[in-house]
Design a protein around this ligand. Structure first.
Ligand code: SF4
Length: 65
């Protein structure tokens, strides 16, 4: 299982992720992106690759936990 996360220290709030993947990302009250659904799919991976500051992290979750 993989999960998507935002590193808020890197995010500049450009809004690209929320515009491209509104089911996964939204811009919060702090004007930075946040994850509303951490399920990873191909679209999410593509958005992560295109984040200008690489603030979108895809993390592998250990299956045994
Ligand atoms: S694309 Fe990257 S920098 Fe832009 S709002 Fe999303 S996480 Fe932040």
């Amino acid at each position: 299982m993989e999960k998507v996360k935002i590193d808020k220290d890197l995010c500049i709030g450009c809004g690209a992720c929320a515009a491209l993947c509104p089911k996964t990302f939204e811009i919060g009250d702090d004007m930075l992106a946040e994850v509303i659904d951490d399920e990873v799919n191909d679209e999410v991976k593509e958005v992560a690759e295109n984040c200008p500051t690489e603030a979108i992290k895809i993390e592998k979750e250990d299956e045994d936990k």
